[in-house]
Design a protein around this ligand. Structure first.
Ligand SMILES: C[S@@+](CC[C@H](N)C(=O)[O-])C[C@H]1O[C@@H](n2cnc3c(N)ncnc32)[C@H](O)[C@@H]1O
Length: 435
């Protein structure tokens, strides 16, 4: 039943690798330039890849959309290349990141606020500790779940920092420091540092929250200066016209029909509800996770959602689902292809005739069945009046591998787990054009 040869289709894998799309010469410094370096978001785009697609397939002032914007790489590149950037993501943390990474802030105000926060925190953490702790604990949500991940002293110190950030009056500046806070949480917790899965390590070396927070803020302020320097003044003054980001579903894009020139996106993979778990720490502090189970259901490919029988518009997708059988995995993959098809219809609605959708996607495996995402997506697009403009096969240099996946379960795994299988050492860029 689970014979992988049944579902082998070699057309796309026959496409020779185009090494000019590997960006293997790019250092971490290059990929974290300007605001891209604010936060470590899993499976983030290489900014240079998004920039190249934007420049090759759109012109200045065109609308560029990312329905799965994640930390907002496409949106940042769209606005610094003088396009209008529109994006959605179902995850509140992603929305916060994308917004902060694309929001210009007046330098003097940012520096002044940082200096106030630094002064107050030195005092609160070293002086009237008990008084400020009592006040701070009143604004921390989900206390029991936070206790699961943070040792008591760490939680206290973080609470004082968090409460001070919430006192910042200017929304943009408050959000800026919330991102700095989000970025240090893992190092302050007992979350196994190298793991993307929620795993505890009671013996972990834990860092001093104030030092981490101040250093992270300084790093971000420096990057913000660089961003501010290169952003077109016209866009800076009208940022809400040039950048529209929403915490919403990819099937509900904030764009009128037939208006967009380009879509540049990397969709979630089948087990993408894991994204809900991956962002647990900041989500807990920010009160986004009152109901984790409900939150998971919103993610593309969630097996928790029941749906009517649906035409997947791909015979290959039907074949893959049949191979997996009537179980949770089969249901998950079917929901995934159905959810993605609905997103492709939404892309069709917003794109102009001749507009292009660039989808960066790799194939994976479940229980020995090849999940040929790229082939399925191409077939689905072609069945809803798109034509294939180009398909690029790109290698992902190992240092940039977004993650590794278990070959049995398809879930994120540690590098030394037994069923280790590199999830997408190569991936495709499908460039589909609306007819
Ligand atoms: C591969 S990541 C995108 C990363 C992004 N390219 C970046 O550079 O940060 C896929 C994203 O899809 C989002 N996602 C999952 N289900 C979604 C849905 N129903 N609507 C919108 N976004 C969704 C996840 O939260 C995740 O951020």
């Amino acid at each position: 039943m689970n014979d992988t040869t049944v579902l082998k289709k070699t057309e796309l894998s026959d496409i020779p690798i185009d090494y000019s799309w590997s960006f293997s010469d790019k250092t971490i410094k290059d990929t974290s330039y300007i605001t891209h370096g604010y936060y470590t978001y899993p499976a983030k785009f290489i900014p240079q890849l998004a920039a190249r697609l934007i420049k090759e397939h759109s012109n200045e002032n065109d609308i560029v959309i990312d329905p799965f914007m994640g930390s907002g790489t496409t949106i940042v590149e769209a606005i610094i290349n003088n396009r209008i950037g529109i994006g959605t993501d179902i995850n509140n943390i992603a929305y916060l990141l994308a917004k902060v990474k694309t929001t210009p802030i007046k330098t003097a105000e940012l520096l002044q606020e940082f200096s106030n926060i630094e002064f107050d925190l030195q005092n609160r953490l070293n002086g009237q500790y008990d008084y400020f702790l009592k006040k701070a604990l009143k604004v921390v949500p989900q206390k029991d779940r936070i206790d699961y991940w943070f040792k008591p002293k760490q939680k206290e110190k973080l609470s004082i920092i968090f409460a001070r950030i919430l006192e910042v009056k200017n929304n943009d500046i408050r959000n800026f420091f919330l991102v700095a806070f989000a970025q240090i949480l893992k190092s302050c917790s007992i979350w196994l540092q190298k793991s993307v899965k929620p795993t505890r390590n009671q013996n972990k070396k834990i860092y001093e929250p104030l030092t981490l927070f101040l250093n992270q803020s300084k790093k971000m302020i420096k990057r913000h200066f660089e961003f501010d320097k290169i952003l077109n003044p016209k866009i800076k003054q009208n940022i809400d016209k040039y950048r529209v980001v929403k915490c919403d579903d990819s099937r509900n894009l904030p764009c009128e029909k037939n208006k967009a020139t380009l879509i540049v996106t990397s969709p979630p993979y089948v087990t993408s509800y894991e994204y809900a778990d991956l962002h647990q720490l900041p989500s807990l502090w920010f009160g986004y996770l009152s109901n984790l189970a409900e939150f998971r259901k919103k993610f593309i490919g969630s097996a928790y959602k029941d749906r009517e029988r649906i035409d997947l518009k791909s015979s290959l997708a039907e074949e893959i689902v049949t191979q997996l059988g009537e179980n949770k995995k089969g249901r998950e993959v079917k929901n995934y292809f159905a959810d993605m098809l609905e997103t492709f219809f939404e892309m069709k609605r917003v794109l102009k005739k001749g507009g292009r959708a660039c989808i960066v996607i790799g194939n994976t495996q479940f229980q020995g069945v090849n999940i040929l995402n790229a082939e399925v997506f191409q077939e689905q697009f072609e069945n809803i009046e798109f034509k294939t403009h180009n398909i690029i096969n790109r290698e992902i240099p190992s240092k940039m591998l977004p993650s590794t996946r278990d070959s049995e379960t398809g879930q994120f795994v540690k590098a030394n787990d037994k069923n280790l299988k590199l999830a997408y050492p190569t991936e495709y860029i499908l460039i589909m054009e609306k007819l």
